[in-house]
Design a protein. Sequence first.
Length: 285
Amino acid sequence: MFSNAKLNEKIAFALLKVATGLVVAFVLVILYYIIYNGYSAINLEFITDMPRNRMTEGGIYPAIMGTTYLIIGSMAVALPLGILSAIYLTEYAQPGRTTWAIEMAINNLAGTPSVVFGLFGLAMFVKYLGFGPSIISASLTLALLILPVIIRASQEALLTVPKEYREASLALGVTKWETIRRVVLPAAIPGMVTGAILSIGRVAGETAPILLTGAAYFLPRLPDSVYSQFMALPYHLYVLATSGTNIAQTRPIQYGTALILLTIVLCVNLVAVSVRSHYRSKMRR
């Protein structure tokens, strides 16, 4: 019996290693393919110049800045709202119909296709609220898109904090809110940062929502305000690859754009991972 259990354990670990190796291999192949085809287009002009001649020449600076604005705008709305919602559901809400309805709404939002969020953003922010095709319309739409991810990740992070932390703080006469703010939240920050990482990656790569709420095909200038249209890397890449009249001529720009997009997401992720590691090491002290 013992030998069979050992054999099953070895087989399970072997399968896990194979699966992990396949995932890493696929990621490396994709990265190699994009870097190999896109590095020739990367230079200072490509990063800092405006597009010219219907995007067949020049750079992608407006698309880089547009993607940056979307990340900042959507995270500024979704992160505090998601964390506060998770705190309410984890620390304050009592089991019942209201809590069940909120949980079901979050689950349904998490499974809703991104194009549906785009249609909602078009109807609500662009038309009804009168923001028009703009950065604010796209940012609010993307904030709704990533909100379920942030709520779920924050909930899981809060649930991993031992109850003894809360009980010890409350036993000293500290209020519940002060306990959450000074004891629970610092311990849960590494898990919350994980949710933020996933959300940033999704914001940077979404095309359908911004296509319907403000992304422009060709805009060789920076937005004047949050109510202006904008260019963004994923939509820029989509247009170059599918709708351009000189697809062969723009192919290096396509791969260069994809490489820049991956680099931005990677840099943001590295910053977030370093923040998570800092708080984890701080909690171990």
